[in-house]
Design a protein around this ligand. Structure first.
Ligand code: SF4
Ligand code: SF4
Length: 67
């Protein structure tokens, strides 16, 4: 069975960074890139991600999918 990983649809991100602190393995990094809404976005390191779903649960804008 394939391991679960988090995928982020950063077009909807509002730059709150809650997910960065919530990830237990520090797989989410804030980056300088700005999305179309004008917010700084995040990146998920798929190699580090353990598919725990914490980012999915904490993001107020539901940008994560864990699959
Ligand atoms: S919690 Fe959601 S809205 Fe906030 S920075 Fe992370 S992905 Fe963006
Ligand atoms: S699913 Fe868990 S390990 Fe993966 S990025 Fe989200 S919080 Fe981090």
């Amino acid at each position: 069975m394939a391991k679960l990983k988090a995928y982020a649809n950063t077009t909807l991100c509002k730059g709150c960074r809650l997910c960065v602190g919530a990830c237990p393995v520090k797989a989410i990094t804030p980056v300088m890139e700005i999305n179309a809404k004008g917010y700084p976005i995040i990146e998920v390191d798929e190699e580090k991600c353990i598919g725990c779903g914490s980012c999915y649960r904490i993001c107020p804008d539901y940008i994560f999918e864990v699959r």
